[in-house]
Design a protein around this ligand. Sequence first.
Ligand SMILES: [Mg+2]
Length: 238
Amino acid sequence: MLRYLLMDLDGTLLPVDINFFLERYLYGLAPHFRHLADEATFIQQLMASTMETINNNDPRLTNEMVFWENFSQRMGVPRQELEPIFNEYYAKEFPGLKRYLPETDRAVKLLHQAKELEMELIVATNPIFPQSVIMERLRWIGCDQYPYLWVTAMENMHYCKPNPNYFREIVERLSLPPEECLMVGNDMEEDLPAKAVGIKTCIVTDFLIDRKTSKYTPDYLGTMDQFIKDLPAIVGKG
Ligand SMILES: [Mg+2]
């Protein structure tokens, strides 16, 4: 019986093509740093520090620590000077990105279905954003008020997908039996390494990302609508 549902955000709960979203985010943010770097340079440095964060495998460092250490070094500007600019953008402009999302109730339906099945929910989004930003994105789809067991964010995680340690950290921190967990995502490379820890996996195909490099195959593959409908059978209550 599967009792814990780990849910990816971008392309899974959030009906969004990640590149489309990232572009709007980056080009909205970059002008705020014009006094420090031109837009192309800023974006390049931000992406490089994000990659460093994703690749870091040091168990002593949170993603937040890795990112800020790296990014402030790249920019030659201390975190205390950079972070308030991010925060102002997140507070004033970022919420407006909601307008690029199609209206959907699929995420709410999934949460409802999981609750009916008495599953505990974990938001397992790649933890490269602060918690507040992840909660804002959950708000866009009406899913911010749910009593999640955990929401992974840059402050509370030491690894990123596709590192299997990301999934290991979740099950260890929450003391979850991996065989009772199900990871649902849209990215073959990022979400399937959950299998390395013994977690069952589902890939939803609405915004499928498949670089054909994953060594894993999902236990279940289908559209989000099919997944919601089949969830009772998938978790062993059908
Ligand atoms: Mg995704």
